[in-house]
Design a protein around this ligand. Structure first.
Ligand code: C2E
Ligand code: MG
Ligand code: MG
Ligand code: MG
Length: 278
Protein backbone atom coordinates (compact mmCIF):
# COMPACT_ATOMS: atom_id res chain seq x y z
CA UNK A 1 0.00 0.00 0.00
CA UNK A 2 2.74 2.39 0.97
CA UNK A 3 4.46 1.63 -2.27
CA UNK A 4 1.41 2.36 -4.35
CA UNK A 5 0.71 5.57 -2.51
CA UNK A 6 4.29 6.52 -3.08
CA UNK A 7 4.03 5.82 -6.76
CA UNK A 8 0.80 7.77 -7.04
CA UNK A 9 2.36 10.66 -5.22
CA UNK A 10 5.29 10.51 -7.56
CA UNK A 11 3.09 10.41 -10.64
CA UNK A 12 1.04 13.33 -9.37
CA UNK A 13 4.14 15.32 -8.55
CA UNK A 14 5.50 14.68 -12.00
CA UNK A 15 2.28 15.67 -13.64
CA UNK A 16 1.98 18.91 -11.70
CA UNK A 17 5.56 19.76 -12.50
CA UNK A 18 4.81 19.40 -16.16
CA UNK A 19 1.74 21.55 -15.91
CA UNK A 20 3.65 24.22 -14.05
CA UNK A 21 6.54 24.15 -16.49
CA UNK A 22 4.12 24.34 -19.39
CA UNK A 23 2.35 27.33 -17.85
CA UNK A 24 5.64 29.14 -17.31
CA UNK A 25 6.56 28.58 -20.95
CA UNK A 26 3.20 29.83 -22.16
CA UNK A 27 3.34 32.90 -19.92
CA UNK A 28 6.88 33.56 -21.05
CA UNK A 29 5.73 33.54 -24.65
CA UNK A 30 2.58 35.58 -24.04
CA UNK A 31 4.39 38.14 -21.93
CA UNK A 32 6.50 39.09 -24.94
CA UNK A 33 3.36 40.32 -26.69
CA UNK A 34 1.53 41.70 -23.69
CA UNK A 35 2.88 45.23 -24.08
CA UNK A 36 2.07 45.71 -27.76
CA UNK A 37 -1.30 43.98 -27.28
CA UNK A 38 -2.24 46.50 -24.63
CA UNK A 39 -2.78 43.84 -21.96
CA UNK A 40 -0.78 45.65 -19.28
CA UNK A 41 -2.13 48.43 -17.14
CA UNK A 42 -1.48 50.05 -13.80
CA UNK A 43 -3.48 50.20 -10.62
CA UNK A 44 -2.74 52.72 -7.91
CA UNK A 45 -2.85 52.20 -4.17
CA UNK A 46 -3.05 55.31 -1.97
CA UNK A 47 -0.48 55.94 0.72
CA UNK A 48 -1.97 57.87 3.59
CA UNK A 49 -1.11 59.95 6.60
CA UNK A 50 -2.14 57.58 9.41
CA UNK A 51 -3.48 60.27 11.68
CA UNK A 52 -5.58 62.24 9.17
CA UNK A 53 -6.26 59.61 6.50
CA UNK A 54 -5.17 62.10 3.84
CA UNK A 55 -3.60 60.73 0.67
CA UNK A 56 0.05 61.71 0.50
CA UNK A 57 1.04 59.48 -2.36
CA UNK A 58 0.32 56.30 -4.24
CA UNK A 59 2.08 53.17 -5.42
CA UNK A 60 1.78 52.08 -9.04
CA UNK A 61 1.15 48.34 -9.29
CA UNK A 62 1.31 46.47 -12.57
CA UNK A 63 -1.61 44.38 -13.79
CA UNK A 64 -1.68 41.88 -16.65
CA UNK A 65 -5.03 41.05 -18.19
CA UNK A 66 -4.26 37.87 -20.12
CA UNK A 67 -6.70 37.30 -23.03
CA UNK A 68 -7.42 33.70 -22.00
CA UNK A 69 -6.30 33.26 -18.40
CA UNK A 70 -7.60 36.61 -17.15
CA UNK A 71 -5.82 38.53 -14.45
CA UNK A 72 -2.37 37.11 -13.71
CA UNK A 73 -0.83 38.27 -10.41
CA UNK A 74 2.47 40.18 -10.57
CA UNK A 75 4.05 37.74 -8.12
CA UNK A 76 3.66 35.18 -10.89
CA UNK A 77 4.65 37.13 -14.00
CA UNK A 78 7.25 39.62 -12.68
CA UNK A 79 9.76 36.82 -11.92
CA UNK A 80 9.25 35.54 -15.49
CA UNK A 81 9.72 39.04 -16.86
CA UNK A 82 12.92 39.33 -14.84
CA UNK A 83 14.32 36.00 -16.05
CA UNK A 84 13.60 36.74 -19.70
CA UNK A 85 14.74 40.36 -19.62
CA UNK A 86 11.22 41.50 -20.57
CA UNK A 87 11.28 43.52 -17.36
CA UNK A 88 13.39 46.13 -19.14
CA UNK A 89 10.81 47.26 -21.74
CA UNK A 90 7.94 46.56 -19.32
CA UNK A 91 9.62 48.46 -16.50
CA UNK A 92 10.24 51.40 -18.76
CA UNK A 93 6.60 51.43 -19.79
CA UNK A 94 5.52 51.31 -16.12
CA UNK A 95 7.72 54.28 -15.29
CA UNK A 96 6.36 56.27 -18.26
CA UNK A 97 2.74 55.51 -17.40
CA UNK A 98 3.17 56.26 -13.71
CA UNK A 99 4.95 59.55 -14.38
CA UNK A 100 2.29 60.55 -16.92
CA UNK A 101 -0.41 59.86 -14.35
CA UNK A 102 1.49 61.77 -11.67
CA UNK A 103 1.96 64.74 -13.99
CA UNK A 104 -1.77 64.70 -14.69
CA UNK A 105 -2.66 64.67 -11.00
CA UNK A 106 -0.19 67.45 -10.38
CA UNK A 107 -1.92 69.63 -12.97
CA UNK A 108 -5.33 68.97 -11.40
CA UNK A 109 -4.57 69.25 -7.71
CA UNK A 110 -2.34 71.55 -5.78
CA UNK A 111 -1.50 69.25 -2.90
CA UNK A 112 1.98 67.71 -2.97
CA UNK A 113 2.23 63.92 -3.32
CA UNK A 114 4.58 61.20 -4.51
CA UNK A 115 4.14 58.47 -7.08
CA UNK A 116 5.96 55.31 -6.00
CA UNK A 117 7.17 52.90 -8.69
CA UNK A 118 8.66 49.44 -8.10
CA UNK A 119 12.01 48.87 -9.72
CA UNK A 120 13.44 45.40 -10.15
CA UNK A 121 17.14 44.63 -9.79
CA UNK A 122 17.51 44.06 -13.53
CA UNK A 123 16.36 47.61 -14.25
CA UNK A 124 18.65 48.95 -11.62
CA UNK A 125 21.65 47.19 -13.09
CA UNK A 126 20.81 48.59 -16.53
CA UNK A 127 23.32 51.31 -17.43
CA UNK A 128 20.54 53.26 -19.17
CA UNK A 129 18.50 53.76 -16.00
CA UNK A 130 19.52 57.32 -15.21
CA UNK A 131 19.16 58.39 -18.85
CA UNK A 132 15.75 56.76 -18.98
CA UNK A 133 14.57 58.48 -15.82
CA UNK A 134 15.79 61.85 -17.12
CA UNK A 135 13.99 61.33 -20.43
CA UNK A 136 10.74 60.33 -18.79
CA UNK A 137 10.80 63.22 -16.32
CA UNK A 138 11.52 65.63 -19.19
CA UNK A 139 8.82 64.15 -21.46
CA UNK A 140 6.13 64.15 -18.79
CA UNK A 141 7.21 67.40 -17.14
CA UNK A 142 7.12 65.73 -13.73
CA UNK A 143 9.52 67.21 -11.16
CA UNK A 144 11.80 64.57 -9.64
CA UNK A 145 10.50 65.23 -6.13
CA UNK A 146 7.12 63.77 -7.17
CA UNK A 147 8.73 60.42 -7.93
CA UNK A 148 9.65 57.66 -5.51
CA UNK A 149 11.45 54.48 -6.52
CA UNK A 150 11.04 51.29 -4.52
CA UNK A 151 13.92 48.87 -4.45
CA UNK A 152 14.36 45.66 -2.48
CA UNK A 153 17.00 44.67 0.01
CA UNK A 154 18.30 41.90 -2.26
CA UNK A 155 19.64 44.62 -4.55
CA UNK A 156 21.65 46.13 -1.76
CA UNK A 157 23.84 43.19 -0.86
CA UNK A 158 25.81 43.13 -4.13
CA UNK A 159 27.99 45.80 -5.62
CA UNK A 160 27.38 48.29 -2.86
CA UNK A 161 29.55 51.06 -4.26
CA UNK A 162 27.97 51.02 -7.70
CA UNK A 163 24.43 50.81 -6.38
CA UNK A 164 24.99 53.67 -3.97
CA UNK A 165 26.42 55.78 -6.79
CA UNK A 166 23.22 55.32 -8.81
CA UNK A 167 21.10 56.02 -5.76
CA UNK A 168 23.02 59.24 -5.22
CA UNK A 169 22.37 60.30 -8.81
CA UNK A 170 18.65 59.63 -8.40
CA UNK A 171 18.57 61.51 -5.12
CA UNK A 172 20.22 64.49 -6.81
CA UNK A 173 17.14 64.67 -9.04
CA UNK A 174 14.93 64.95 -5.99
CA UNK A 175 13.73 61.37 -6.29
CA UNK A 176 12.88 59.52 -3.07
CA UNK A 177 14.30 56.02 -2.58
CA UNK A 178 12.32 53.52 -0.53
CA UNK A 179 13.43 50.05 0.56
CA UNK A 180 10.44 47.79 -0.13
CA UNK A 181 9.50 44.70 1.90
CA UNK A 182 11.93 45.81 4.58
CA UNK A 183 12.87 43.14 7.08
CA UNK A 184 12.44 40.19 4.74
CA UNK A 185 15.88 40.41 3.12
CA UNK A 186 19.43 40.29 4.32
CA UNK A 187 20.70 43.83 4.16
CA UNK A 188 23.00 44.57 7.05
CA UNK A 189 22.36 47.54 9.27
CA UNK A 190 25.84 48.71 8.49
CA UNK A 191 24.94 49.03 4.80
CA UNK A 192 21.69 50.68 5.60
CA UNK A 193 23.47 53.42 7.49
CA UNK A 194 25.67 54.25 4.51
CA UNK A 195 23.01 53.89 1.84
CA UNK A 196 21.45 56.80 0.01
CA UNK A 197 17.89 55.79 0.85
CA UNK A 198 15.11 57.89 2.37
CA UNK A 199 12.47 55.48 3.48
CA UNK A 200 11.85 51.98 4.81
CA UNK A 201 8.65 50.14 3.91
CA UNK A 202 7.78 47.67 6.65
CA UNK A 203 6.82 44.43 4.94
CA UNK A 204 3.20 43.44 5.25
CA UNK A 205 4.07 40.04 6.73
CA UNK A 206 5.05 41.89 9.94
CA UNK A 207 1.97 44.10 9.95
CA UNK A 208 -0.50 41.28 9.39
CA UNK A 209 -0.58 39.93 12.97
CA UNK A 210 -0.03 43.06 15.04
CA UNK A 211 -0.91 43.88 17.74
CA UNK A 212 -1.66 40.25 18.70
CA UNK A 213 1.64 38.62 17.78
CA UNK A 214 4.40 39.58 20.22
CA UNK A 215 7.25 38.87 17.82
CA UNK A 216 5.73 41.01 15.10
CA UNK A 217 5.06 43.77 17.60
CA UNK A 218 8.73 43.65 18.56
CA UNK A 219 9.86 43.67 14.93
CA UNK A 220 7.63 46.51 13.73
CA UNK A 221 8.33 48.76 16.69
CA UNK A 222 12.07 48.11 16.35
CA UNK A 223 12.06 48.99 12.64
CA UNK A 224 10.16 52.20 13.39
CA UNK A 225 12.59 53.14 16.14
CA UNK A 226 15.61 52.26 14.02
CA UNK A 227 14.32 54.30 11.09
CA UNK A 228 13.94 57.29 13.37
CA UNK A 229 17.46 56.86 14.77
CA UNK A 230 18.88 56.65 11.26
CA UNK A 231 16.88 59.66 10.11
CA UNK A 232 14.78 57.64 7.66
CA UNK A 233 11.07 57.86 6.95
CA UNK A 234 9.04 54.76 7.56
CA UNK A 235 5.83 53.51 5.98
CA UNK A 236 3.87 50.39 6.87
CA UNK A 237 2.32 48.28 4.11
CA UNK A 238 -0.55 45.83 4.33
CA UNK A 239 -2.65 47.69 6.93
CA UNK A 240 -6.02 45.96 6.96
CA UNK A 241 -7.56 47.02 10.28
CA UNK A 242 -8.09 50.10 12.39
CA UNK A 243 -6.27 48.33 15.22
CA UNK A 244 -3.16 47.98 13.09
CA UNK A 245 -3.38 51.63 12.09
CA UNK A 246 -3.71 52.73 15.74
CA UNK A 247 -0.89 50.53 16.91
CA UNK A 248 1.50 51.78 14.21
CA UNK A 249 0.61 55.39 15.01
CA UNK A 250 1.34 54.78 18.70
CA UNK A 251 4.73 53.38 17.75
CA UNK A 252 5.53 56.53 15.82
CA UNK A 253 4.87 55.37 12.26
CA UNK A 254 3.05 58.20 10.52
CA UNK A 255 2.32 56.80 7.07
CA UNK A 256 0.80 53.62 5.75
CA UNK A 257 -0.81 51.75 2.95
CA UNK A 258 -3.23 48.84 2.86
CA UNK A 259 -6.67 47.49 2.10
CA UNK A 260 -8.03 49.27 5.19
CA UNK A 261 -7.62 52.54 3.30
CA UNK A 262 -7.97 51.30 -0.25
CA UNK A 263 -7.14 48.41 -2.52
CA UNK A 264 -5.08 49.21 -5.60
CA UNK A 265 -7.57 50.81 -8.03
CA UNK A 266 -7.63 52.15 -11.60
CA UNK A 267 -6.74 55.82 -11.96
CA UNK A 268 -10.36 56.92 -12.44
CA UNK A 269 -11.29 55.58 -9.00
CA UNK A 270 -8.25 57.10 -7.38
CA UNK A 271 -9.19 60.43 -8.90
CA UNK A 272 -12.65 60.19 -7.35
CA UNK A 273 -11.22 59.61 -3.88
CA UNK A 274 -8.60 62.26 -4.39
CA UNK A 275 -11.08 64.93 -5.33
CA UNK A 276 -13.17 64.11 -2.27
CA UNK A 277 -10.21 65.12 -0.18
CA UNK A 278 -9.42 61.93 1.72
P1 C2E B 1 4.92 45.26 -3.34
O1 C2E B 1 5.68 46.28 -4.12
O2 C2E B 1 5.38 44.97 -1.97
O3 C2E B 1 3.42 45.77 -3.38
C1 C2E B 1 2.50 45.59 -2.35
C2 C2E B 1 1.61 44.40 -2.61
O4 C2E B 1 0.79 44.21 -1.47
C3 C2E B 1 0.65 44.60 -3.78
O5 C2E B 1 0.43 43.33 -4.38
C4 C2E B 1 -0.62 45.07 -3.09
O6 C2E B 1 -1.80 44.83 -3.81
C5 C2E B 1 -0.57 44.24 -1.83
N1 C2E B 1 -1.30 44.87 -0.72
C6 C2E B 1 -1.43 46.17 -0.43
N2 C2E B 1 -2.14 46.37 0.69
C7 C2E B 1 -2.48 45.15 1.14
C8 C2E B 1 -3.25 44.68 2.27
O7 C2E B 1 -3.75 45.45 3.09
N3 C2E B 1 -3.38 43.33 2.40
C9 C2E B 1 -2.85 42.46 1.50
N4 C2E B 1 -3.05 41.16 1.71
N5 C2E B 1 -2.13 42.86 0.42
C10 C2E B 1 -1.94 44.19 0.24
P2 C2E B 1 0.45 43.13 -5.95
O8 C2E B 1 -0.13 44.30 -6.65
O9 C2E B 1 -0.09 41.77 -6.22
O10 C2E B 1 2.01 43.13 -6.28
C11 C2E B 1 2.86 42.14 -5.78
C12 C2E B 1 4.31 42.48 -6.02
O11 C2E B 1 4.60 42.49 -7.42
C13 C2E B 1 4.70 43.87 -5.53
O12 C2E B 1 4.91 43.86 -4.13
C14 C2E B 1 5.97 44.08 -6.31
O13 C2E B 1 7.05 43.43 -5.71
C15 C2E B 1 5.65 43.41 -7.63
N6 C2E B 1 5.23 44.43 -8.62
C16 C2E B 1 4.01 44.96 -8.86
N7 C2E B 1 4.05 45.91 -9.84
C17 C2E B 1 5.36 45.96 -10.22
C18 C2E B 1 6.08 46.74 -11.21
O14 C2E B 1 5.54 47.61 -11.92
N8 C2E B 1 7.42 46.49 -11.32
C19 C2E B 1 8.08 45.57 -10.55
N9 C2E B 1 9.39 45.39 -10.73
N10 C2E B 1 7.44 44.85 -9.62
C20 C2E B 1 6.10 45.04 -9.45
MG1 MG C 1 6.32 48.09 -3.68
MG1 MG D 1 6.21 45.61 -0.43
MG1 MG E 1 6.76 42.49 -2.58
Amino acid sequence: RAKRAGRNTFAFFNHSMNTEARRTLTLEHDLRHSLEQGELHLHYQPQVDLSSGQIIGMEALLRWQHPIDGNIPPDEFIPIAEETGMILPIGRWVLEQACQTAARIRRLYTRPFRMAVNLSARQFEDSELILQVDQILADTGLPGNYLELEITESLLVNNFGHINDILRQLRRRGITIAVDDFGTGYSSLNYLKKLEVNQLKIDRSFVQDIPGDRDDVAITSTIILMARQLGLDVIAEGIETEQQQQFLLQQGCRTGQGFYFSRPVPFSQLQQRWSHGT
